[in-house]
Design a protein around this ligand. Structure first.
Ligand code: GLC
Length: 552
């Protein structure tokens, strides 16, 4: 049946490139440091374009590289239309885009519209201006309570822990859903809206192909005259009418953005980071809005065949409903790496599953079954890459890199760690600069050390260590991404009966077949030419946990 395989889906024209793209997330400060100051930079990315091309990804998504005091890893933006001097210049950005485009790789940048940093010129102006001024109206200011307004307007808690209101010093307080250095913008203000349209055009004009929208479900707010208490707020349904989250009218903002995206050819794309109930996700993915939305369901799931199957079915259904394609993600800069999540001791609740309990207990590598974690992670990734829709990968996962769980408190950077002592260890462990060489200064990250400490075991996961090893995770990713490019098919799948609860098998319309074994027992593969396997195949059987691709 090999003749049914086509090199590329003929409908994958420029306008639809994003529908089934393989996207590699770069966390720029931790990718490659060209100028040796211990922080990754844009020139470092440009130098590594051949590596990205050898990996075979179709697009990169860059976490923020804008000027920032790094109170939240760059998600505290001082200026949306510039590059942080620590990371380079706008000219470096243009050179990077040219190099990536030259290698056939598209560029997605991160837009952070829910909040600016407290160093943004608007916020400085707001603090200097009186209550009720137009400068304050760009943010969310309210009078404090108590005789001298010494108490916050409400007892709300920020997502990183601690109070969500900080005093402005004159009796007023400002809202920050995240760290106090991240004041929330007021999206009812027309100037705020226009400025972001300007930013979207600014980067689109510089050749950016798409945008990842941070906290896309938070922009629209309706606080009312009397603020609810935190308990009341927490009890309110998130059905489109909540004062803070996932309000129906947020989509009016994205309808305006869509008009800007469509001014370009091909139209610029966007993907929403919207942590909303699954049945409310389709609206963010609508063609009149952002066009695509992240689905974190597999990231949150156990490594379990029935859970995976129901999540896949559900999300393919949602994609059909919205006319968008679905997205898949196992790792990003906010969660414990999936090779480590799958290596944790048997899990009970959500916190254990996501590595929270392990991190709080010291994050020792000894507490992990790293071999099992890696085997499962490889199996999961191959399955992900065979699914209809776009696959978002996070730098380092192609090396099978494990989370660094035991970063000393003195070296930690994540505001979640500082704002929530003893409750949240934060996200630094997946943001440690990635290892390029077996040894040497910061394992080849740069000549000036690393802004987060790298453990001694990092060298074993380096690009250098894996490059020539045909059985390495890196070469598995390369083969898988290469094959995916050739085999890509219509956005559908057909489930195959496997006769086992712990085995999933599906076939794409062109015969590309994926078999994933979640348990330990060998599983005899169906007929067809074996293209790739993440685990040994003996006598035609996948030997325990693993994924195989066949041409059936
Ligand atoms: C998003 C980002 C996260 C950041 C937060 C606040 O969730 O992914 O890294 O801390 O928004 O901007």
């Amino acid at each position: 049946m090999t003749d049914v395989l086509t090199a590329q889906d003929p409908t994958a024209t420029d306008e639809t490139w994003w529908r089934q793209a393989s996207v590699y997330q770069i966390y720029p400060r931790s990718f490659a440091d060209a100028n040796g100051d211990g922080i990754g930079d844009l020139a470092g990315i440009t130098e590594r374009v051949p590596y990205l091309a050898s990996l075979g990804v179709e697009a990169v998504w860059l976490s923020p590289f804008y000027p920032s005091a790094l109170a939240d890893g760059g998600y505290d933006v001082d200026d949306y239309r510039d590059v942080d001097p620590k990371l380079g210049t706008l000219e470096d950005f243009d050179a990077m885009v040219a190099a990536l485009h030259g290698a056939g790789i598209r560029v997605i940048v991160d837009i952070v519209p829910n909040h600016t940093s407290d160093r943004h010129e608007w916020f400085r102006e707001a603090l200097a201006a009186p209550a009720g001024s137009p400068a304050r109206d760009r943010y969310v200011f309210r009078d404090g309570t108590g005789p001298a307004a010494e108490n916050p307007p409400a007892d709300w808690v920020s997502i990183f822990g601690g109070p969500a209101w900080t005093a402005a010093g004159d009796g007023q307080w400002y809202l920050h859903s995240f760290a106090k250095e991240q004041p929330d913008l007021n999206w009812a203000n027309r100037e705020v809206r226009d400025d972001f349209l300007h930013t979207l055009r600014f980067w689109s004009d510089r050749g950016v192909d798409g945008f990842r929208i941070d906290v896309a479900h938070g922009l629209s707010k309706d606080l009312g005259e009397v603020l609810p208490t935190w308990a009341e707020l927490s009890a309110m349904p998130k059905d489109g009418t909540h004062p803070l989250w996932d309000r129906d009218d947020v989509h009016e903002i994205y309808a305006e953005w869509r008009k800007v995206f469509d001014e370009y050819t091909p139209a610029r794309t966007a993907v929403a980071e919207a942590w909303v109930a699954a049945d409310r996700r389709a609206r963010y993915a609508s063609a009149d809005g952002l066009g695509q939305a992240f689905n974190f369901d597999l990231l949150e799931a156990d490594f379990d065949a029935p859970s995976f199957r129901s999540i896949i079915e559900f999300n393919l259904g949602l994609a059909e409903q919205s006319g968008s394609s679905t997205t898949w993600v196992f790792s990003n800069h906010d969660v414990v790496r999936h090779a480590t999540r799958y290596a944790l001791p048997p899990q009970n609740g959500a916190a254990e599953k996501q590595g929270g309990a392990w991190l709080l207990a010291g994050g020792s590598p000894d507490a992990l079954d790293q071999e099992l974690g890696l085997r499962r992670a490889q199996a999961a990734t191959l399955l992900e890459l065979a699914l209809p829709g776009s696959a978002y990968m996070y730098q380092g996962e192609e090396l099978g890199l494990q989370e660094v769980g035991d970063i000393p408190a003195a070296d930690r950077q994540d505001p979640a760690f500082f704002r929530n002592p003893g409750v949240d260890v934060g996200r630094d462990g997946c943001r440690v600069p990635i290892p390029w060489t077996r040894d040497g200064s910061s394992f080849g990250f740069g000549s000036g050390g690393s802004h987060l400490p790298q453990p001694a075991w990092f060298g074993g996961f380096s690009v250098e260590a894996e490059d020539d090893d045909p059985d390495s995770t890196l070469n598995l990713y390369r083969k898988a991404l290469g094959l995916r490019g050739q085999l890509q098919s219509e956005e559908r799948l057909e489930w195959l009966d496997t006769g086992r609860d712990d085995v999933l098998a599906f076939r794409r319309p062109n015969g590309w077949t994926n078999v994933t074994v979640f348990g330990d027992e060998p599983y005899e593969l169906p007929a067809g030419a074996l293209l790739l396997a993440s685990a040994p195949v003996a006598d035609g059987a996948l030997t325990g946990v693993g994924t195989a691709w066949l041409r059936a």
